[in-house]
Ligand binder design. Structure first.
Ligand SMILES: O=C[C@H](O)COP(=O)(O)O
Length: 338
């Protein structure tokens, strides 16, 4: 049995906070010349960042009464992902069906909501044509992880070619992986040049720069790599491939979000943020949304400036929404992603 939302405050909150909002399209980041003095000035106070990150879970910047609304919003910000060696066309088609209809219609109806979709579907290059076909008639973008994901150590010309092929196959977003060694050796010119060439190869497709922060050694390196990728024209900076031993964390997120703020202060350009890897719980999604709201403001709660990279988050959010509507939890296996 579903329980319709009758509390007028709650119903109004759901309508104003969670509807699939009209798509905003932030102008792309054109990038700028590499400014090595600025890069050298960037520091990160690790203990202060960790202290602040520890206070984030459980903060109430998103009102509890409006939690269902925020969870629906979170769904519209998910890059629904499958990146496994055993991916099949069938799995990708099921994932795309989920992206089209991420929440059961009876739950949406009980919440007084119209249809919503996820922010994008994210797959390996080989699966792009299947995803594009399965999403025909929607405006859900297909994102491809290209450039020798996840290590990014294939020959450079092949990485560029992979981007071009993914774009030709219909991907409108490309998640590239940077060469971690350029960061670890402080070769900012090499990182800038690589990122610039990746962006050029993307053409009109938007480019997300995966930093693989778990392999960069320090938060200062994360901050500097974020800045260099933005200088080279990244539309989004993304934490992780999901394959590193440490993926998205709150300290890394604070560091990258503050780099985005500094870049905006200096250039006027807004760059998007995508935490990815290991985000699988609805409460973690709410913590991230609160963090974006606190640090960058509401504008970064829209799909053109914020995405979750996640393969299993949607299932937990659906369970929480079901609980909100029916008062009961169902088993997680009843909410498969793909
Ligand atoms: O980019 C997205 C990540 O690969 C997803 O990671 P996850 O499977 O831990 O959610």
């Amino acid at each position: 049995m579903t329980r319709p939302v009758t509390d007028p405050t709650e119903a109004a909150a759901l309508r104003s906070e969670s509807h699939q909002l009209p798509q905003l399209h932030e102008p792309r980041n054109p990038g700028m010349a590499l400014d090595t003095d600025w890069v050298a000035r960037v520091q990160a106070n690790t203990s202060a960042i960790e202290r602040r990150a520890a206070t984030l879970p459980g903060r109430r910047s998103l009102k509890k009464a409006h939690q269902a609304a925020w969870l629906l919003r979170a769904i519209t910000l998910i890059d629904l992902t499958t990146l496994s060696g055993d991916d099949t066309e069938g799995r990708v088609r099921r994932l795309c069906a989920k992206a089209r209809q991420p929440v059961r219609p009876d739950l949406l109806e009980a919440l007084g909501m119209g249809p919503i979709t996820t922010g994008a579907v994210c797959v390996y290059h080989e699966m792009v044509p299947t995803a594009v076909r399965a999403l025909e008639g929607t405006d859900i973008p297909v994102a491809a992880v290209s450039t020798g994901f996840p290590a990014g150590l294939s020959p450079f010309r092949l990485r560029l070619e992979e981007i071009r092929e993914s774009v030709a196959a219909g991907a409108s977003e490309i998640d590239i992986v940077i060469s971690r060694r350029h960061v670890l050796t402080g070769d900012w010119a090499a990182l800038y040049d690589e990122m610039r060439q990746f962006r050029d190869a993307c053409g009109e497709a938007h480019v997300k720069a995966i930093l693989a922060t778990g392999e960069l050694g320090s938060l200062r390196n994360v901050a500097r790599a974020s800045l260099v990728c933005m200088m080279a024209g990244a539309d989004f900076i993304k934490t992780s491939t999901g394959k590193e031993s440490v993926n998205a964390t709150l300290p890394v997120s604070l560091t990258m979000i503050r780099a985005i703020r500094d870049y905006q202060d200096a250039t006027g350009v807004k760059v998007g943020y995508k935490p990815a890897g290991g985000i699988s719980k609805a409460k973690d999604a709410l913590t991230y949304l609160a963090l974006m709201k606190d640090e960058l403001g509401d504008r970064w709660l829209q799909p053109d400036l914020f995405r979750f990279g996640a393969s299993s988050l949607l299932g937990d959010i659906e369970r929480q929404l079901e609980h909100h509507v029916t008062g009961r939890y169902s088993a997680l296996h009843r909410h498969p992603a793909g």
